[in-house]
Write a protein that binds this ligand. Structure first.
Ligand code: FE2
Length: 148
């Protein structure tokens, strides 16, 4: 048995092209979680924004890093090009991200990703990166970590 299997760490090891993109709740946006530590919630993912799609304004309760590896994205009056790295502190609103080309972001979250949108919607990741909408009052460590 592989060491990662014993630890029940979700991972997509090897060529990521063999793993499917999973649709996120917003049109034209999908992701692939590459790694998720179920103990700490540390998560690495690719997020794909199709040309013209908008990743809505949101914040997270934890730190997020972002590295654009493909495409071109406009946000808050500036253009993000390939090779741009950013660190987004916990609680800081960011986005919307408007893709001016098919774009891919490489992201690291310091804990299991939770999205708080301006309209009050809350989304959380299941263990495999599938994203679900919940009300803020339903948010707990138990339903985040036990979902599969
Ligand atoms: Fe974010």
């Amino acid at each position: 048995m592989h060491a990662l299997d014993r630890a029940k760490i979700y991972s997509c090891v090897g060529d990521h092209e063999k793993y499917p993109w999973k649709p996120m709740p917003w049109p034209g946006i999908s992701n692939k979680v590459l790694f998720c530590d179920p103990v700490m919630g540390t998560t690495i993912e690719l997020a794909k924004i199709d040309n013209g799609a908008v990743f809505p304004v949101h914040y997270h309760p934890t730190v997020q890093t972002l590295f654009l590896i493909k495409g071109r994205v406009r946000t808050e009056g500036r253009v993000i090009t390939v090779g741009t790295f950013d660190v987004i502190p916990a609680g800081e609103k960011h986005g919307g991200y408007i893709a001016e080309e098919d774009s891919i972001q490489y992201k690291l979250f310091s804990a299991m990703p939770v999205y708080f949108l301006e309209n009050g919607d809350v989304f959380y990741y299941k263990y495999d990166g599938t994203v679900e909408k919940i009300g803020a009052t339903q948010l707990s460590a138990q339903n985040i970590m036990s979902a599969s």
